[in-house]
Design a binder for this molecule. Sequence first.
Ligand SMILES: [Zn+2]
Length: 122
Amino acid sequence: MKGHCNCHAIEFEVHADPQGASMCHCGQCRRQSGGVWASAYVSDDALSISGSVRWFQSSKNAKRGFCPECGSFLFWKALDEDTTSFALGALENPTGLRIEKHIFVGDKGDYYQITDGVEQRQ
Ligand SMILES: [Zn+2]
């Protein structure tokens, strides 16, 4: 499974089955992505990244990785966990993945509805 940013300065490969495919509606993902951020995660050693990711420490516990050239928001990482989430939107099709849950729906924008029947968590 391969992905890349808009300008290809950052490319990545996923070497394990992604876990926890989700759509995040939190305020930080809204602002970083411009909307809803879809991601899944794998262990750090199953994710290979080429290029220089710019990391923004978005809270005491997590950082967000994006391309310093084109701005594509590609990665999210909890500082005390050995996994990294990557953007499903950056993957090449077909992914074979299905969204398992919506998260932080309590923070979602009021300009859309979630109507896909997938589990929603606050
Ligand atoms: Zn780029």
